[in-house]
Design a protein around this ligand. Structure first.
Ligand code: GTQ
Length: 349
């Protein structure tokens, strides 16, 4: 028997023997474990609001928000069907609350963000304070904070939920409690947090006890106005247009400990140069229309659509009219761990 074949058989035999001891040789798997660059197992994908809205409204006739606890259509990455995730670390879905409905109070380890799509004046209550929600508002629900939602307006309310469900699953750290009441008790008037912490002011002896921003609703009216004023002097970034991150006003960090959130304005006819980063990113179209090339796939989007870019895929945007994109990713965690990287199309790494 040639030496090479003998050696191969010896190795195979060795592998089967050590396999019974729950061991495997690193040298057979190393190239799959330590990659030269990220190879995301998720794929680029796009959900068109116009096409999914009928199904979302139909779900409103099938089950009440109360019975469902949360009436949400989960956006599943096409490469991760059955796993309730849009990226490897993040969950997203469209949540519907009809007039007169409530989604009862509960709390859990998972952090949630809401980005309002349509409707006007439904509320979410977070840890003792209610906020009325308008389209484009970004609302924070921190880990283990009581929260309930309700709609006292006369129109359906829809928002995009972003949660760190897969991350909490990875760490096996999920806890959950139902309050046993539809709504929690309120201890502060609506708007208190924004006035106290989101006006360029802080209580004089304020010491943060939270990993989250004390501002829990970042109203679109303020965000949009800020973008509009900035665009007058801002040099457009060749990759991002005019891109801002939502911050915790206490320390200047991201608003939440597990999800980084951003908003960007792309002016009419803007075409970005390619950009990639290690944080797979979920985009929500707030206003306008355009298209985004992600890897090899081009997605033409309109207001209220969601699309997702996997880690380290090249992204370039084109705006057909003034467009605003909200986005979220796990960049905040990657930065803390020293893992986050980005590359612009005109740079080497
Ligand atoms: O609103 O509390 O989309 O607990 C998934 C789980 C929303 C919520 C989701 C949740 C919620």
């Amino acid at each position: 028997m040639p030496n090479k074949v003998k050696r191969f058989q010896e190795r195979e035999d060795f592998y089967s023997r050590i396999s019974t001891q729950n061991m495997t040789p690193l040298w057979e798997v190393l190239d799959n474990l330590v990659l030269n660059q990220p190879e995301d197992s998720c794929v680029p994908a796009h959900w068109k609001y116009e096409e999914l809205r009928p199904a979302l409204m139909e779900s409103g006739q099938l089950i009440t928000a109360k019975e469902a606890e949360r009436r949400v259509l989960v956006l599943e990455n096409p490469a991760k069907r059955g796993k309730s995730r849009i990226t490897n670390s993040l969950y997203a879905g469209y949540q519907l609350i009809l007039p007169g409905e409530i989604a009862p109070a509960h709390r859990h380890s998972q952090s949630a963000l809401r980005f309002v799509i349509e409707g006007n004046g439904a509320f979410t209550a977070v840890e003792g304070e209610k906020t009325l929600m308008q389209p484009g508002d970004f609302v924070v629900t921190p880990s283990w904070n009581w929260h309930d939602h309700g709609n006292q307006s006369d129109a359906p309310m829809v928002w995009v939920d972003g949660l760190d469900i897969p991350l909490v699953e990875f760490f096996n750290t999920s806890f959950k409690e139902n309050l046993g009441e539809d709504a929690q008790m309120l201890s502060r008037p609506a708007g208190d947090a924004l006035a106290r912490y989101g006006s360029g002011l802080l209580p004089v002896d304020y010491e943060s006890r939270s990993l989250n921003s004390p501002v829990f609703n970042y109203p679109y009216a303020r965000t949009r106005e800020a973008l509009e004023i900035m665009r007058k002097t801002e040099e457009w970034d060749s990759c991002h247009g005019l891109k801002m991150r939502y911050v915790n006003p206490v320390d200047g960090g991201f608003a939440m400990p597990t999800m980084a959130t951003f908003v960007q304005l792309l002016p009419k006819t803007f075409k970005s140069i390619p950009y990639r980063s290690t944080d797979a990113t979920v985009f929500v179209v707030v206003e306008g229309s355009g298209s985004t090339l992600i890897g090899e796939e081009n997605f033409h989007w309109n207001a209220h659509d969601v699309f997702v870019a996997p880690s380290w895929n090249w992204i370039s945007h084109r705006a057909e009219e003034d467009a605003v994109l909200f986005s979220f990713s796990d960049r905040v965690i990657q930065e803390k761990l020293g893992l986050w990287r980005e590359q612009r199309g005109n740079e080497s790494i």
